[in-house]
Design a protein around this ligand. Structure first.
Ligand SMILES: [Zn+2]
Ligand SMILES: [Zn+2]
Length: 124
């Protein structure tokens, strides 16, 4: 699969429970919703559908690297300043905020967890 933003091929990163794809150019992460939910639950967060967020259909996102359909932007967090993109067809998740510098799979997973902690916080 290729990055929806840069069109370069993803690198795969796995740990014992989850597998994610990462773009070496922009640092964005593509993760299956089942893997994402495993990550969230493992860190005592609710599953993705309980973390809130609002789809913003006005916002332009890239295309799903698997299905070639347009991704949907979901906004959340304080002042709706955070976003992730999702594919309604395969459920894949695209994350590109604040994850650029994580080098190891563990650090990427920590980055994802910290993103969704902020995403689900309703503080202004
Ligand atoms: Zn990229
Ligand atoms: Zn898809």
């Amino acid at each position: 699969m290729d990055c929806p933003k840069c069109a370069v091929e993803f690198q795969q990163h796995d740990d014992d429970q989850v597998s994610l794809q990462r773009c070496g150019t922009c640092g964005g992460i593509w993760i299956d919703v089942a893997d994402l939910n495993r990550v969230l639950l493992r860190h005592n967060l609710s599953g993705l559908e309980k973390l809130g967020g609002k789809p913003n259909i006005e916002e332009i996102a890239g295309q799903c690297p698997q299905c070639q359909v347009d991704l949907v932007v979901v906004e959340g967090g304080p002042k709706h300043a955070l976003r992730y993109d999702t594919c309604e067809s395969c459920g894949g998740i695209w994350l590109e905020q604040g994850l650029e510098n994580e080098e190891s799979t563990d650090a990427m997973i920590e980055g994802i967890v910290s993103f969704y902690k902020r995403f689900s916080s309703q503080a202004a």
